[in-house]
Design a protein around this ligand. Structure first.
Ligand code: OAD
Length: 263
């Protein structure tokens, strides 16, 4: 996709907003990883569009019988299409540009709904994974996260080595509350930001979808959306750039680098 004059003007507005902001943040969704080959959930090729959205009982089933849940999990592959895409996925130009924005001091924190770990792999350091990370496990009691190698699986369900709580996958299940410490960090980041990039999300899943409104109401934050399609959040955004993140974010970095070198 090429960047036309109207789009370029909006990217320039975004660069100005970030330059005058004192605490820039970003929130990302599945669209951010679309250019890495990871399927989105909604929209024409989305997983939920193809297979239907799961009911809200996932977490309840885990709580009712964690042993059976783990036995089933270990004997079959959940969402094989997603697993295959995640296994081979690499950060795209959008992830790399966002990490660069952090390195340049324009973005202080990235809140992501994605479980693919691609922001970290691209180099983003201050990250909150509001829906967890598919490569990790988590204790539902103390909320510590572990790599699978550190949790014995001989006896199911696995138990937290720190507090004896139940261990589950870190990915937030349908019907599961967001871990308290994670939600608190999201709320803190959103209430202190004065400029938030909203990247590749349909903005329909809460509480993540409420964070831009928190940013706006707490701090009058400038909200900037980058998404080829309108989303549920477009109406509250100050700037809407209708482009893939893998195109618009590198252009934004380029502009900011030019500004930095001329000042
Ligand atoms: P969705 O699938 O709902 O939305 C993806 C968004 O990405 C859409 O608005 C697309 O227009 C946009 N998009 C597609 N390609 C893009 C590109 N190259 N650049 C930028 N945007 C692009 O995904 P999410 O909003 O992330 O939760 O969904 C939120 C949550 O719903 C997910 O975290 C997941 C799901 O249920 C859990 O699994 C807990």
């Amino acid at each position: 996709m090429t960047i036309n004059d109207t789009m370029y003007a909006k990217i320039e507005d975004t660069a100005r907003a970030l330059m005058s902001s004192s605490y820039g943040t970003a929130i990302s969704g599945a669209g951010m990883s679309a250019e890495s080959g990871v399927p989105t959930f909604r929209g024409p090729d989305g997983l939920w569009t193809k297979y239907g959205e799961p009911d809200d009982l996932g977490y309840e089933k885990f709580e009712q019988d964690p042993k059976l849940w783990w036995e089933t999990r270990l004997s079959s592959t959940y969402m094989p299409e997603m697993k295959k895409a995640l296994d081979g996925a690499k950060p795209n130009d959008g992830h790399l540009a966002l990490a660069k924005l952090e390195e340049m001091g324009h973005i202080n924190c990235v809140i992501t709904q994605n479980v693919d770990g691609l922001h970290s792999e691209a180099g983003t350091e201050n990250i909150v994974e509001i829906h967890g990370n598919n490569r990790l496990l988590r204790c539902i009691q103390c909320e510590n996260r572990y790599t699978p190698e550190n949790i014995p699986m001989e006896v199911l369900p696995p138990i937290c080595p720190d507090c004896n709580g139940l261990i589950k996958i870190d990915t937030v299940m349908f019907g599961e509350p967001i871990p308290r410490s994670v939600l608190l960090k999201c709320q803190n980041e959103s209430s202190q930001t004065d400029c938030m990039l909203i990247l590749g999300t349909s903005g329909v899943v809460y509480p993540a979808a409420a964070l831009p409104s928190i940013a706006k109401s707490s701090n009058g934050a400038t909200l900037i959306e980058i998404n080829p399609e309108p989303s549920a959040l477009s109406p509250i955004c100050d700037i809407v750039i209708q482009a893939p993140t893998g195109v618009a974010l590198p252009a934004l970095v380029e502009l900011l680098e030019m500004e930095d070198s001329s000042s």
